[in-house]
Every structure is written in C-alpha cells, then in structure tokens.
Design a protein around this ligand. Structure first.
Ligand SMILES: [Zn+2]
Length: 333
C-alpha cells in the first residue's frame, strides 16, 4: 500500500480528509482534464463523474481561474483552498459536456487549444493510432512484420506502447511512422479528424470567452513534443499558435501548455523560446509540491475517473503524503 493510500484509509474515518484539507490549504490544486464523454469511455471522464467532481470543488474548495491564481501569486497572495480547472487539447466534448457543467456550478476553466486542430488543419497523432486500432481486430506493426498482433483485450496497452514509441521519434519521423502504420494495415488515414475525435470550433470558443468564465491558452499549432523540434519548427509552433488565437479570438495569450508535458518534453531552450515568443507562463503535466514556484513549469494534477483518487488529490492527501516523503528526504511525488 502506498503512503498516499495508507493515510487515506487510516485517517478518513477519523476526519482525516478535513485535516489534509487544512494542511494543504496553501497548496493550489491545478487540475488537468482532457476529455468528457456521456459514458466515460476509455481515455475520458463521464459526464456524471465530472459533475460530481465539480460539485465537490464548489462545495468544499475555492475555484479560481489559473490566470487569476498566477496573478495573485505574483502579488505574493496565495488564496486558501484554491482549485484551478484546466482542459488540454480543445476537443469538441469540452463544448458539449464540460462547459454546461462548469456554467451550472460557476467554475472557471482554462482551455489550452491546439490551434491547427481547432482550424481543422490537423488532428492529434495519438488519436490517429486509436482510430487505426478501432478499425482492425489485429494489426501489423512495422518493427514486428512477422507478428500480427491480436487486439481484443490489448488495444489500450498497445495504443500506449505505440504512442510511447512515437514519443521517442523526431516529429517528421513520427508522422511518417504513423502513416506507414496505416499503409501496412490497409487503412486509409483520414485527412481530417473523424467522428469522435473532433475539435471545438472558433465560434464556440468566442462564445465561451465572451461569458468570461473560460480563459484560453496555447497548446501549440500541431501538438508536437517541443524538445523534438528544430529551432525554426519550435518558433513556428509557439509564435503561430499565439498569433492564430489572437486573430480568431482577439486574445493575447500569455500561457502555453507543453504538449505531453512531462519533464522530458520541455527544457531550457523551450523555456527561453517561450519567453522570446511573448509568453509569460508554461504549464506542465505533472504535480509539484509548489506548483507556482517556477511559472515556466507550472505543476498540475492529472485527473481521472476514479473518485477515490480524485478525493485524495482534491483534499490534499497526495500533497500531505508527498510532504511527508520529502521530510523523510525521499523524492517528491
Ligand atoms: Zn495535449
């Protein structure tokens, strides 16, 4: 049992959640969401689960937008029990399912959009792999030509394996690899995002920001891993996505969310170019004890559908366990 689980199981009946909430009162929880669906299909959180999570935030915490949280932090103010909701990528299900619930509960959110995706110029490469796997009961992969892989039970783990392999490739090599994967399996690679993988539209985004409860940030133009790009490609992704958001929404964005967002997906060069391109903040995809300590790698908690895990994150059990581990001088998180 992890320390995190131990604290949760032992302390919950004794009011431990409230104790953790108190201990974590100055630790902002910045939450990272991706997709919401009616039935909580793999890779998504169901509408019901999302509603429960938002109600819990509204009832027991202080929902605040990420940009407000950062502004206050820069003035030396840490709002108590702060929770900031963020969404990555810009899928259409944000408009369809997430936004109405956020409105109902009065919770602000930041949406990091991949501008080429919203334009309809590209769709996201991990979705291309998912789409391919949905079309076949068994597939061939280039490195294992003799071995046809049966999918039935293993499509999610195979999707992860192929995606992880793609993350090791330079951007153009990755695109070529995915294209080869489709050819090898006689599946036509759609030029535009097919049903189930579409983006939110610019008009919808305009309506959301007019309401004042949704902030927009950039998630680049095409969602590449930024450390895998040449300098000119990197500058294009940073500058052109910013420009595209300004042209379509009239918003001069200051926050960029790094695609994939692990410690290996951005570096000092990326941070330097981020600032040179007119951004002030960069957002990562992993939690840290002090999420606003470095505003070029703001820490976030990944949210999934498991309510127990969500409760641990939101009440601060995960934070308290990480603090305890650090006091015992092991690694954070
Ligand atoms: Zn993303």
């Amino acid at each position: 049992m992890t320390l995190n689980n131990f604290i949760y199981k032992v302390s919950k009946p004794l009011g431990g959640l409230q104790v953790a909430r108190f201990l974590a009162r100055n630790h902002p929880r910045i939450l990272m969401y991706h997709r919401i669906s009616p039935d909580g299909s793999p890779g998504t959180i169901s509408v019901d689960q999302f509603r429960k999570q938002m109600k819990l935030i509204k009832r027991s915490f202080n929902p605040i937008s990420l940009s407000n949280l950062i502004e206050l932090h820069e003035q030396g103010i840490t709002p108590k029990h702060a929770v900031a909701v963020t969404f990555d990528d810009g899928y259409s299900d944000f408009a369809e399912y997430a936004f109405p619930i956020l409105q109902e509960e009065g919770i602000p959110a930041t949406l990091f959009i991949t501008t080429g995706f919203v334009n309809g110029d590209v769709w996201l490469w991990p979705d291309k792999i998912k789409f391919l796997l949905s079309k076949k009961s068994q597939i061939k992969i280039p490195s294992k030509l003799d071995d046809d892989i049966r999918l039935e039970e293993s499509s999610i783990s195979l999707w992860k394996d192929i995606s992880n392999y793609c993350l090791t490739l330079d951007n153009l090599v990755k695109e070529a690899y995915i294209s080869d994967l489709f050819s090898l399996n006689d599946v036509c690679l759609p030029e535009y995002a097919p049903e189930g993988f579409e983006a939110v539209g610019w008009e919808q985004l305009n309506r959301f920001i007019e309401g004042g409860s949704v902030d927009i940030g950039s998630h680049t133009c095409t969602h590449p891993v930024l450390t895998r790009l040449s300098l000119s490609e990197l500058r294009y992704e940073l500058m052109f996505s910013k420009k595209s958001i300004y042209c379509n929404l009239g918003v001069d964005v200051s926050i960029l969310c790094y695609p994939n967002g692990t410690k290996f997906d951005f570096n000092d060069k990326v941070k330097r170019e981020l600032l040179n391109s007119g951004y002030k903040y960069g957002v990562a995809a992993y939690p840290t004890l002090d999420p606003l300590d470095d505003v070029l790698s703001v820490g976030r908690y990944s949210v999934d559908k498991d309510l127990e895990r969500f409760t641990k994150t939101i009440f601060g059990i995960s934070y308290v366990a990480a603090m305890f581990r650090r006091s015992m001088s092991s690694d954070e998180y």
